[in-house]
Design a binder for this molecule. Sequence first.
Ligand code: MRU
Length: 358
Amino acid sequence: MRIEGKEYRTIWYENDVVKIIDQTKLPHKFIIKELKTVRDAINAIKIMEVRGAPLIGGTAAYGIVLAIQENNDQEFIKKNAENLIQSRPTAINLKWAVNRMMKKLSGINNDQILDVALKEAKEICNEDEKFCENIGLNGLKIIEEIYSKKKNTINILTHCNAGWLATINWGTATSPIYHAYKKGIPVHVWVDETRPRNQGANLTSYELNEEEIPNTIIADNTGGILMQRGEIDMCIVGTDRTLSTGDVCNKIGTYLKALAAYDNNVPFYVALPSSTIDWNIKDAKDIPIEERNSEELSHVEGVDENNEIKKVLVYPKKSKAMNIAFDVTPAKYVTGLITEKGICEASQSALKKMFNKK
Ligand code: MRU
C-alpha cells in the first residue's frame, strides 16, 4: 500500500539485509531500518519495530535467513529459532513461521541451506500478501451486502492495527475496507485509539490517511455509545491467535467491543489468514497472554514543537500500572471469521470444514 504516494510492503530483503519500516517512529517519522543479524530481528519483534501477527511471522522467517547468513551451524540455527519463537508469546504466526522454516530446512545441506531459507521466507511473505488480498475480496461481499440495503456511507469500527502495517500488505481487518473503497463504496472507519501503545491512532489512522480513506480516531471507550446511536454498521478486527473453537485472541479491549456489538446487534467480524489459527490449544485459558512493561501505560510519546520525538510521564510517579496486551473474545460474540478461503462461523465444525481438517 502507499505512503506518500509510493507503494511499499512492510518487509523486504535487499543486498543481504532485511528492510523494515520502523513502526515505533510512526506516524511522526518514516524510517526504513536494516536488520543485519538474527539478534536484530529478535529485537525488532520484541520492541515492536515490527508488530502485528502476520508481520512478526514474516520477520521471524527472515530472522532464520539472517541466522544462516551469520553461521549455518545447526545448533546456532536451532537456538535462534527458539529465541525467535520466545520473542513475543501471543501471536501464533511467529511459531508457525519458524516451524515452517525449520521443517523446510531439515535435511538440506550447507551449500543450499541459505537459498532454500531465503526462498521459503519470501514464499511466507508472498503467501501472506495473497491471503490478505483474498480476505479483502471475501470481506468485501459483506460490506456490499450492507451497502445494498443502507445505500449510504458504511461506518466500520476497528481496533488496534490489523492493517497493512501489521501484515506484509493489504492488512486483514482493513483489506475488505480497501477493497470496498476501490470499488467506490463510501466507507468511513472509526479507529479505536488502542491504548496503551495507540496502534489505532498511530498506525491504522495513518495508513488509512495515506490511502485517502475517511477515518476518525475515537477513545477506546467510545465504541459503545456509537453503537447505541446506530453509528456503527459493522466491526472488523484482526487476531493474534484464533482457536479451532472459534475463540479469538486479539489486542486488549477487543472483548469489550464484541460485548457492546452483541448488545447492539452490530455484526462483529474477525479477519484472519489461516496462519493465525491455533489448531492445538482448545482452552482459551492456555493461550500465553503477553504482559508488557507498565511504562507503555504510564508514559506517552509524541513530537514536540521541534519535531523531536519525546516521551513523557502522564501518571502519578508513585502509581503502579498493569499492562496486559491481549484478551480473548469467546466465539459466541463473533458474527463470522473472514479468511482467505471464505467466511465461516466462529466454530470448530465450520473452521474444520473450511480448512479441510479432520
Ligand atoms: O501488539 P500488536 O500491535 O502486535 O497487536 C496487534 C494486534 O492485536 C492485531 O490486531 C493482530 O496482530 C492482527 S494483525 C493483522
